[in-house]
Unconditional design. Sequence first.
Length: 163
Amino acid sequence: MPSDSTLVPAMAGLTTDPATLAAQRAQANEAARNADITAIKEKGFSAYVKDLEEEKIKKMREEILQAMGLSDDALNEMSPEQRSAVEKTVSEEIQRRLNSSAIVEKQGEGDNTATESRTISALSSTLASGQDVLRVLQEVDQKQTPRTGETQTTESGEEKELL
């Protein structure tokens, strides 16, 4: 009798046969190509490329926010000043990535070591930008006008009520 591990894929209609998997991938790739061709015919090539670029930027934005530990919901809860600071940092990071991508494309394919080095550099930059965002948010918080009735600690350590 077959083991449970062989029954599960068979019962679910899944296969582990390499030839079948390759055929399924080829079929999926063909379907994707056909969908792209249909989209180009419907929208026109320029609009299709513009949509691809917008999707790429949207994906980058989500990745950057995730690397910063933020989400769109968290942005919506921020003050306008904080949100503006984060959006500016995200925009700068997207521009940096797009510029880096263009440079890499111009240089052509390098060896894997160079590619890995660029990837590590990009990840380090993204994490650093997350720290920059926290610093910017703290600065924005400190610059915000205090409300009446709040207290502020002076340099001498005394608490002073603000009017």
